[in-house]
Write a protein that binds this ligand. Structure first.
Ligand SMILES: C[S@@+](CC[C@H](N)C(=O)[O-])C[C@H]1O[C@@H](n2cnc3c(N)ncnc32)[C@H](O)[C@@H]1O
Length: 239
């Protein structure tokens, strides 16, 4: 089974749960799209992830999606270089979650430092990078793959449909052998774009973002080149 068949099959059980668990969440400007969050959750299920590290939380759309969908099944570490008022607000609201930890600092250092902590050596880890962006995100993903318990990295704003020429790093990324999937491909949009409308349309910001990014912002997934088993888990690459 390839990654596309795998995701389509899993979505039949995951989508209803996702809609139910994320029903009360809000979409905020610069947040990931709910359809992109869904793709991340499906990948995390495929790889049996028990710990997630995210870099870039801003207003916490992705943070809230991950905590709502997985509950206590995973531990979540979130990092941001800034303490914007909206970030401080998010941190204040989420502080009571025992499985959530916030780290302030540059993700380029903070994330490898978390991964190097021996207490996480036996965890199966997924990384979500939504700041830093582009070339720095690619560099950070390579640093993460020095740890063979990092199963996959997802990088946001890697849209291949609207603006490939603006960001040559996206072309670079597409040539990586371990680049597996991007949420802006047609089959995934057909599968999941209505989830954005169902969950985000109550937000006053949604219409503007939907118009600006009709294919979403592009959440690109790369798997750990050290882990040869990924080919058996996910099947062949779908470009
Ligand atoms: C697009 S926003 C994140 C949105 C969030 N993922 C969501 O879904 O709501 C990007 C965030 O990345 C943070 N950021 C930028 N560069 C960073 C870095 N080097 N390390 C950590 N965070 C960074 C910014 O401060 C900002 O809050």
């Amino acid at each position: 089974m390839d990654i596309r068949q795998n995701m389509i099959q899993l979505s039949t059980t995951i989508v209803p749960l996702y809609l139910q668990k994320c029903n009360k969440l809000q979409f905020f400007p610069s947040g990931i799209f709910f359809s992109e969050g869904l793709a991340f959750c499906i990948f995390a299920e495929i790889f049996n992830i028990d710990m997630i590290i995210e870099s870039g939380i801003r207003s916490g759309v992705s943070t809230n999606i991950l905590l709502s969908f997985f509950g206590n099944r995973i531990s979540l570490h979130s990092n941001d270089i800034n303490t914007f008022p909206e970030t401080s607000n998010t941190v204040k609201h989420l502080r009571s979650h025992e499985n959530w930890k916030f780290h302030v600092g540059d993700g380029m250092k903070v994330i490898p430092d978390i991964l190097a902590d021996p207490i996480y050596r036996d965890r199966k880890i997924a990384i979500l990078i939504d700041g830093p962006k582009y070339a720095d995100a690619l560099e950070l993903s390579k640093k993460c793959f020095n740890f063979n318990n990092v199963k996959f990295v997802a990088m946001h704003d890697m849209n291949t449909v609207n603006c490939p020429q603006e960001h040559p790093v996206i072309r670079d990324l597409q040539s990586w052998k371990n680049y597996l999937f991007n949420t802006d491909v047609k089959w995934f949009r057909d599968l999941a774009s209505d989830i954005d409308d169902k969950l985000a349309s109550k937000s006053p910001h949604w219409k503007r973002f939907k118009m600006k990014y009709p294919y979403g912002c592009g959440l690109a997934f790369v798997v750990n080149p050290l882990d040869l088993r990924w080919r058996y888990i996910t099947g062949n690459i779908i470009r």
